[in-house]
Structure formats: C-alpha cells, structure tokens
Design a binder for this molecule. Sequence first.
Ligand code: ADP
Length: 352
Amino acid sequence: MAREPLYQSSGASDDEDRDLRPQRMQDMVGQRAVYARVGIAVDAASKRNEPLGHILFDGPPGLGKTTFATCIPRDLGVPFQIASGATLKAPKDLIPYLTNAEAGSVLFIDEIHRIPKPVEEFLYPAMEDFRIDIILGEGVNARTLNITLKPFTLIGATTRTGLISAPLRDRFQMREHLDFYTVVELAEIVRRNATKLKLPLDDEAADEIAARSRGTPRIANNRLRWVRDFATSRAGGRATVSVVREALDMQGIDVLGLDGQDRKYLATIVRVFDGGPVGVDAIAHTLNLEPDTLEDEVEPFLLRSALVVRTPRGRRITAEGYEHLGLTPPVREASEPQAGGDAQRQLPFGPR
Ligand code: ADP
C-alpha cells in the first residue's frame, strides 16, 4: 500500500494542474524512452528494497518534469518532499529537508539550477555519502558537526542543464532529457483530460487543440480549459472542431500554436533587427521581457520548429519564420549561410 506523500506542492498553478496531472507513471503519455529507463530503475530499486539513484530531469517548462518527480515516489510507495531551488538560498534552508528525509524517500528540487554554489557544495556529501557537515561557531571556536542522513533519492528538475555545474550533474546517476511531444501524443492527453473535465470533445477537435499546443502538455491543458469555457458559454457545452478553432482564434493562437508573444518575438527580429543575427538580451530589452523568460519559455519551441536558429552571433529568423509571419524571406548573398539549413528538415510540426 502506497503511503501518502509527506508534502504536496503549493502554488496556484499547481492547484489547477493537480486534477489533470497523472498520478502514476503508467498514466503518463509520451516520453516512452525516458519512461522505460526510469521504470527499470524504479522496478529494480523496489525489488532490491534499496533507494533509487538520484535523477536529474531537464527540458523546457510544462513537459512533465514535476509529473515524473511526483509519480516516481507514488510508484515506489515512499514519501516525498518538494523544494524549489529559488528558495534554497543558504545551506541552512536545505537542512530540514535533508534531516526529515525518511529512508528511501524522495526529495524533489525544482529549478535546481537556481541553487547558489554554497548550497550546491553542501549537497555533494548528502548525495554521495548521505551525510552533511554543519559548521558551528566561528573562527577558532568553530567546530564541524557531522550528521548522518537516511539514504534518500534526490530528483532535480531544470529548464537549463547548461547552468548546472559538472560536479553536481555527475552526482545524478540518471540524467533524462524531456523533449516536446508529438501531436498524436498531445491529442491523447487532450482526449483523456476532456473526459476528466466532462467535456464532450470529438477526435478532430482534440487533434486541433493538440496541433496548436506547442508540443507541451501544460499548454494543451490550458487550451483545453479555455475551449471548455468557450464551449459552455457559446456552444451549448459541446466542442466540435469549429468551436475549437473559434475559441483558439479568439485567443490569438495561430495554426502552429504560437500566441501573440511568440509572433511579437519573431516580428521584433525581423522589423527591429533586420532578421538577425541578434543577441537574446537585445530582443528581450526591446520586448521589455527578462532574457530568462525568452530563453525558457518562448525560444525552445520556436527553435525546435526551426522558425529561428541560434548562430554564434545570435538568433536569426529562418525562411520558415518569415513565411509564418506572412512575409517574403529576403534573398541572401550566395556566400551567406542560409538560416535554417539542417534545422528545417527536422521540423516536427509542419504547417498543416
Ligand atoms: P514541468 O515540471 O516540466 O514544468 P509538469 O510536470 O508540471 O511540467 O507538467 C505540466 C502539466 O502537464 C501537468 O500538470 C500534467 O497535467 C501535464 N503533463 C505533463 N507531462 C504529461 C504526460 N507525460 N502525460 C500526461 N500529462 C502530462
């Protein structure tokens, strides 16, 4: 019998997510390779009755890092605690989590790239030897107190593996990258969640929401909730494909699933920076946004869809990017590398 988790995550968006978030790994859709590898590790740890090795998940927001991190302890039947890297400002902030961790339990640290260096160094012996060293007093009177911890599993999640130092990264036995979902996988998530939300939704309508959700389950869920509101208010509660189109058009979501902010980002590169290359800071400044927001939330899908490319000199819009904005791509000099190139051939979600 699985024990109840020690702590639940807090925050408004989590509250909204909770009813749709899968509770067990087997309820998760997509990410099959990650699911298979993590499943083997979980199974082996249960069979040997040993704690699972530490796992690091990385990938853009909304792809299932927290979902994996919360399903794993449920599957193992162990308690879990949730912390956010942003709130762990000093080693003392981490101590209660580590000393409260029961044998075999899971400690999930979201946004782990945000923990400062002293906290990271404090984590090393905790992860490796299940012990922490606390320095009491100062100067000549300082003493070190060694505390032995119960063996636990650390699950880290980050949108930025590049910001995680090599020593921290190497202390995770498994490192799993979550990629964008296919339209077919998202359609499956949308269909299941429409049933949970008691929304009659035909298959074509589910496909339409999926195709316009930027490869991201969290966005698919948000679009689905909006479609449900729209259908309730305007269409007698039934969501056909034309109702979905009308609902999403009203929110300014286009056929690729881009919203106004995405298009503004593309248009800024074209209109202000002549198509690029341009550094992300300059784009962020022009849009009055944080560079982190652009890099975490806006750019990954646009890069993946090959509407922009990263070059050594900055971001550059591709021919597809121009076309998506309804513009004609400029003719480039023969010597200039054509933006897009190989990336264009990987386009996962072609225009329909
Ligand atoms: P992240 O931690 O990567 O930002 P989450 O795990 O919070 O993303 O996922 C956001 C929401 O998307 C979840 O609440 C859940 O409803 C949905 N979701 C994510 N991954 C899956 C999946 N594999 N199958 C079904 N729903 C998912």
